[in-house]
Design a protein around this ligand. Structure first.
Ligand SMILES: *[C@@H]1O[C@H](CO)[C@@H](O)[C@H](O)[C@H]1NC(C)=O
Ligand SMILES: *[C@@H]1O[C@H](CO)[C@@H](O)[C@H](O)[C@H]1NC(C)=O
Ligand SMILES: *[C@@H]1O[C@H](CO)[C@@H](O)[C@H](O)[C@H]1NC(C)=O
Length: 469
C-alpha cells in the first residue's frame, strides 16, 4: 500500500452547476506541456537537449521518458487521422505540442448559436487537451459515479462540507451542523455502498434529446442494447420508432428532478433508475415519500475535469462509461448542417454550444470512448476508421498521467491513484450481484476496492474504500 495520503486540497465552490445547465463549460486553460519543437529535438537525439532534459525532471516525481513522448506522438498523429476520417468535415490542426489539438470546422460552416451574454456567434475552432482527456476519461471507466454514504463518511468533514453542498440550500441547515437532519434529507437517495460496479453492464446506449433523432428510425437498434440511458423529460411513448422502448437509467438535471412525478410517468415499467446530477431538494424527497416513487433514485458523483461539460449529455456519457463495457451514443446533434437546435419532442431551446459539443464528442470517439450514431452515421456496422489502437491509447494514458503529475502516475497497481485510502467498517462490504465477466475481472483487479473520484479536485485523485479484512 502507499504511504500516508497527502492532505487534500480545498474544495472549490459549486458555482458551475447553476451556470449553463445544459451547455459546455469553457475549455480549461492550457496545461503545462512540452513544446513540440523540443519534443522533436529530444526524439532526434540532439545534444542541445541535455539542458532541456534536466528541466524535464521538474515535471513531478515521475520522469517522462522518450518512450512516453513517442506514445503521445503516436496518439496525436493517429487521433488526427481519425478525426479527419470520421468527423464529416472536422479537421485537426496540430497544436504547439502533443497535448494540444485544435479541431476546426470547414470555413463555410454557419455558426448559429450565439452566446446570450455577449451576442457572439460560436467560433469554428476549438482547442482541446488530448493528454488531459485521455488521462481523465480512462480513469472514469474504473470509478464509481454514484454518491454513497460510505463516501461522505470517509471524506474529511464529509457531512459538514460535502453533504451540505449536495442538499438544496435555503433550508438553514447551517452547514449540516445538525447532522441527523442532513442525513435525513439525503437518506432517500443515499445507498451505503455503490449499487453498480465498473463494467457491470455490457453494451450501453446513451440517448440524447436531439431533434436529429427523428431523421432515422433507430428504435429497434436502441432496444438491442443491454442498457439504455435517457435524459431528463425525454418521452418514449409516441416516439418508439425513433428512440426505442427500453429505458434502464435516466439522468436528471435540477429542473427535471423537481418534476420527478412527471418523469416517472415516462417509463411504463417503473423500473428505470433515476440519477440526479444536482442537489437533493425537499420537493424531490417529498415526492419520493408521498407518491410514493418506487424507482431507485441516486445522486451522481462526478469530477469536472478538463474541458468538461456539466451538460446532461456529457454527464450521461460519463455515467455510462463508469458502469458499461462499451458506450454508443444516439440523439446528440453531431452532424454538419444542423438547422435548428431542437429536442425531438419540443421546440428549440437556449443554452447550448453545439459546435463545441460536436467537436468534443468527436474527440471522445477518436479516443475509443464512445461510438457515434447519427443520421449521417446511421449504419449500425460503421467502423470508426483510423481509431488509435488500445495499446496506443494505454501508452498515451500512462505518459499523460506523468506529464500532468496525476497521483500514482507511472506506478502499477489499482490503489496507486488513491489520494485517500479508507477501510470499510466490518460488515459494510457491498452486496454484489454482478454477473458480467468483465465486471468480475475488474473487481479482482481492484482487489475489491471501490474508487470514488474526489470531486472538485480536477485530476486530484481518488478516494478508495477497501474492505477491512
Ligand atoms: C436536528 O434535527 C432533528 C431532525 O429534524 C431534530 O429532531 C433535532 O431536534 C435537531 N437537533 C437540534 C440540536 O436542532
Ligand atoms: C402521445 O400521443 C397522445 C395522442 O396524441 C397524447 O395524448 C399523449 O400525451 C402523447 N404522449 C406523450 C408522452 O407525449
Ligand atoms: C481499469 O481496470 C482494468 C481492469 O478492469 C485495468 O486493466 C486497467 O488497467 C485499469 N485502468 C486504469 C486507468 O486504472
Amino acid at each position: 500500500m502507499r504511504n500516508a495520503p497527502p492532505t487534500p486540497r480545498k474544495w472549490q465552490t459549486d458555482s458551475g452547476e447553476a451556470r449553463n445547465q445544459e451547455g459546455f463549460a469553457a475549455p480549461a486553460p492550457a496545461m503545462r506541456v512540452l513544446p513540440l519543437a523540443l519534443v522533436a529535438a529530444i526524439l532526434s537525439g540532439l545534444t542541445a537537449i541535455l539542458i532541456y532534459l534536466s528541466g524535464l525532471s521538474s515535471y513531478g516525481g515521475t520522469r517522462v521518458s522518450d518512450a512516453d513522448l513517442a506514445a503521445l506522438g503516436a496518439l496525436h498523429s493517429g487521433f488526427s487521422k481519425c478525426v479527419d476520417a470520421n468527423g464529416l468535415g472536422l479537421q485537426v490542426i496540430g497544436g504547439e505540442d502533443y497535448c494540444r489539438v485544435v479541431i476546426h470546422y470547414p470555413s463555410d460552416t454557419i455558426s448559429k448559436w450565439k452566446d446570450p451574454k455577449t451576442g457572439e456567434a460560436e467560433g469554428l475552432s476549438f482547442e482541446f487537451n488530448l493528454c488531459e482527456a485521455v488521462a481523465s476519461w480512462e480513469q472514469v471507466r474504473n470509478s464509481t459515479t454514484v454518491l454513497t454514504k460510505e463516501y461522505i463518511d470517509a471524506l474529511p468533514n464529509g457531512w459538514e462540507e460535502y453533504a451540505w453542498r449536495r442538499i438544496n440550500k435555503g433550508n438553514l441547515l447551517k452547514k449540516c451542523q445538525n447532522r441527523t437532519l442532513c442525513m435525513e434529507k439525503l437518506s432517500l437517495v443515499l445507498p451505503e455502498t455503490p449499487p453498480y460496479v465498473p463494467r457491470q453492464f455490457g453494451r450501453c446506449a446513451v440517448v440524447g434529446n436531439s431533434g436529429d433523432l427523428l431523421k432515422t428510425k433507430f428504435g429497434d437498434e436502441i432496444d438491442s442494447y443491454d442498457v439504455v440511458i435517457r435524459e431528463n423529460g425525454a418521452p418514449i411513448q409516441n416516439y418508439t420508432e425513433y428512440v426505442g422502448t427500453k429505458s434502464t437509467f435516466r439522468l436528471l438535471n435540477r429542473g427535471s428532478a423537481k418534476a420527478l412525478d412527471k418523469v416517472v410517468e415516462l417509463d411504463e415499467t417503473k423500473k428505470e433508475a433515476l440519477i440526479v446530477k444536482t442537489t437533493i431538494h425537499d420537493v424531490m424527497n417529498q415526492m419520493i415519500r408521498e407518491l410514493p416513487i418506487t424507482n431507485p433514485v441516486y445522486l451522481m458523483l462526478g469530477t469536472s475535469f478538463g474541458s468538461s461539460a456539466k451538460g446532461t449529455g456529457l454527464k450521461a456519457l460519463e455515467f455510462a462509461l463508469s458502469i458499461c463495457d462499451s458506450v454508443d451514443m444516439y440523439g446528440f446533434t453531431v452532424d454538419p448542417g444542423y438547422k435548428e437546435w431542437t429536442r425531438y419532442f419540443s421546440e428549440s431551446r437556449k443554452g447550448h454550444t453545439p459546435l463545441h459539443g460536436r467537436a468534443y464528442y468527436q474527440m471522445m470517439e477518436c479516443l475509443g470512448l464512445v461510438k457515434i450514431h447519427s443520421p449521417m452515421r446511421g449504419d449500425p456496422g460503421r467502423v470508426v476508421k483510423w481509431l488509435p489502437t488500445k495499446d496506443t491509447i494505454e501508452a498515451a494514458r500512462v505518459a499523460s498521467e506523468k506529464l500532468l503529475e496525476r497521483p500514482g502516475a507511472g506506478s502499477d497497481g489499482p490503489l496507486s491513484t488513491c489520494t485517500m485510502i479508507k477501510k470499510r467498517e466490518k460488515g459494510k462490504a457491498p452486496k454484489r450481484y454482478v454477473i458480467s465477466d468483465a465486471a468480475m475481472n475488474h473487481l479482482e483487479y481492484m482487489k475489491d476496492a471501490t474508487r470514488y473520484p474526489l470531486e472538485r479536485y480536477v485530476g486530484g485523485g481518488y478516494l478508495c474504500m477497501i474492505n477491512d479484512r
